[in-house]
Structure formats: structure tokens, C-alpha cells
Design a binder for this molecule. Structure first.
Ligand SMILES: Nc1ncnc2c1ncn2[C@@H]1O[C@H](COP(=O)(O)OP(=O)(O)OP(=O)(O)O)[C@@H](O)[C@H]1O
Ligand code: NI
Length: 297
């Protein structure tokens, strides 16, 4: 939207999130992951436009998150039906108040109860003897857990975690991921956004790969990270770039969303590009590519 232009940050995103599963949304920086998450929470900036639907199914109703009014979202959705585990806990926690007081307030707001801080902290493996600390007295990992504890207070069936492990070392990434996975195993549904493929592999049941604002592959995590592997050449390239795999970066850079090539946005970087790629490939059978690797290859 720089210079007054409209940018399609997310296009044709179609996916289903099944109850009790974890879907990892992966892709390079700037591909539209956070915009997609913000749209689901009604947190896009005021000048943003959306089209289509995002149905949130409850026990006996269904709500379109894209058209719901702010009052409904604020009163019944955020915190209660969708818990947000923020990208940056530091920005989410109030610096001048202890973790206990922030938990207490959120518990009161969402449940009406006046106690339960310890139990809430325990659900995110936040140590009870740190409850009276201020956020700046916490390590990055503990701040992340405090933010996660806050996100879990409302016992929302759907959890949305945007880069919950950014800036953490590998051991803490694993712990944070395992704690989130434990929520899924307890019946929560989780949409986790990450560019950490190892974290995605550890936590996800299914994977959605985004490139330049579009979902280019939707796959079962086991098939994606194991055999037969990714089917979209971009997804394959992402995995091949990992140090523990071929360690071969994808040539070139992702395109600017305001200046997308015509046709398949990945074609200029794609080893398999051909004439057909002049047309945008629809997501068919889990992959948006004119020449995907065969599912059985
Ligand atoms: N408020 C905004 N106004 C204009 N453009 C925006 C706005 N928010 C995001 N964008 C653009 O939308 C695109 C997608 O951004 P988004 O934050 O969703 O990427 P991302 O995949 O989450 O990246 P990262 O991994 O870095 O978090 C980017 O090109 C960004 O510049
Ligand atoms: Ni993001």
C-alpha cells in the first residue's frame, strides 16, 4: 500500500482447520502469513480489505470472522474462541505489571474468577515462583511462556500462534513447541505460523506452504517432511536449503507483493518452470503447480 497502491498480501487462501489438529503455516518472511492470521482475528489495519469467508464453527453456530463486527470479535471471539499466542511476548506483556497481576486480570475478564493464576501459569509451564516478577526480569523463554499462559486462560478451542519461537534457542524452541503440542493433544486446534521448519516438523499434523501471498502446498506433515516429501518445487527448495539436508539455497529472492510476475510467482526461481507457468496454477489436490512432483515419487 506504499504510495497509495493496493497490495494483495494474501490471495485465494483456502484451507480447512480440523478440530484437534495442528496446521503449520510456513514460508519466507513477507509471504503473507501474519496478514492471514490478523485477518482471522479481525486485527487488520482499518484500510485493509478482505473478500470471502473464514468460518469459525462452534458447537451450535458458525461465525464468519471476516465479516463479524468488532464488538462480536472483541467480546466473544478473541481470547474466548481464539487464543492468540503472540509473535513478540515482550510487546504483549505489560512492562509495569507482574505476571501474576496480568494473569489475574485476564482470568477475571474471561472467566469472572478471582483466582487461578497458579493453575494458568502451570498450563504453559511457567514456574509459579516467577509469578511476581515483571516481564523485564524474565528470560525470553519465560516471557514466551507467560504470554502463552495468558493466551490459554480463556480455554479457547482454537489457538493461533504467530512465530511463537522466534529468538529462542533450540532447546527453548523445542520446549515451547512441545507445550503447544500438548494443548493440541488436549483437544485444542492450533494454527502455528513459523519459518522454522524443524519446529513445524515437530508440532504439525498438516503443513500449508505460502509463497507470495498464496498457499502453494497443503500436505500431511509426515508425508511432507518424510517420504515422499514436498510436491511443490518451492516447498522442496525450502527443505533442500536446510543445513541438515542439501544446504542448497533457492536461487534469487521472493518477489515484491506489489510487483508480482504474471503467472506462477515462483516460476522465475523454479528449476522446473515451463511455458504453462505463464498462468497462475490453482491449488489442485494439495498443490498449486503445473508440474508438481508426483505424490508417489
Ligand atoms: N499494514 C500494512 N500495510 C501495508 N502492507 C502491509 C501491512 N502489513 C503487512 N503488509 C505487507 O504484506 C506482506 C505480508 O506481510 P506479513 O507480515 O503477512 O508476512 P509474514 O509472512 O508474516 O512475514 P514474517 O515471516 O516476516 O513475519 C508484506 O509484503 C508486508 O509488507
Ligand atoms: Ni509474520
Amino acid at each position: 500500500m506504499r504510495g497509495g497502491r493496493d497490495i494483495a498480501a494474501v490471495t485465494d487462501a483456502t484451507f480447512r482447520l480440523h478440530r484437534g489438529e495442528c496446521l503449520a503455516l510456513i514460508g519466507e518472511s513477507g509471504c503473507g502469513k501474519s496478514v492471514l492470521a490478523s485477518a482471522l482475528l479481525g486485527l487488520l489495519p482499518g484500510n485493509a480489505r478482505t473478500e470471502g469467508h473464514a468460518w469459525l464453527s462452534g458447537d451450535d453456530d458458525r461465525l464468519d470472522l471476516l465479516t463479524a463486527d468488532e464488538r462480536t470479535l472483541a467480546r466473544t471471539v478473541r481470547g474466548r474462541r481464539i487464543g492468540l499466542v503472540p509473535q513478540s511476548p515482550a510487546a504483549h506483556l505489560t512492562p509495569v505489571r507482574t505476571v501474576r497481576s496480568q494473569l489475574r486480570e485476564t482470568i477475571r475478564e474471561l472467566t469472572g474468577r478471582r483466582d487461578g493464576e497458579e493453575a494458568a501459569a502451570a498450563r504453559a509451564a511457567f514456574p509459579a515462583d516467577h509469578l511476581d516478577r515483571h516481564p523485564h526480569q524474565l528470560s525470553g523463554g519465560l516471557a514466551q511462556r507467560a504470554a502463552t499462559a495468558l493466551a490459554l486462560v480463556g480455554d479457547a478451542p482454537l489457538l493461533l500462534a504467530d512465530e511463537p519461537t522466534t529468538g529462542l534457542d533450540r532447546a527453548l524452541v523445542d520446549r515451547t513447541v512441545d507445550e503447544l503440542r500438548a494443548q493440541v493433544d488436549r483437544g485444542h486446534t492450533l494454527l502455528v505460523i513459523t519459518h522454522d521448519l524443524a519446529a513445524a516438523k515437530r508440532i504439525a499434523d498438516r503443513v500449508a506452504v505460502m509463497y507470495a501471498g498464496r498457499i502453494v502446498e497443503l500436505a500431511d506433515a509426515e508425508a511432507f517432511f518424510g517420504a515422499p516429501g514436498p510436491r511443490h518445487p518451492y516447498a522442496r527448495g525450502l527443505l533442500d536449503a536446510l543445513p541438515e539436508r542439501a544446504f542448497t539455497p533457492i536461487p534469487g529472492m521472493p518477489p515484491e507483493l506489489g510487483d508480482l510476475p504474471a503467472g506462477c510467482a515462483f516460476a522465475p526461481r523454479c528449476p522446473r518452470a515451463a511455458d504453462a507457468c505463464a498462468a497462475v496454477p490453482p491449488l489442485t489436490d494439495g498443490v498449486a503447480c503445473h508440474h508438481p512432483r508426483s505424490a508417489r515419487a
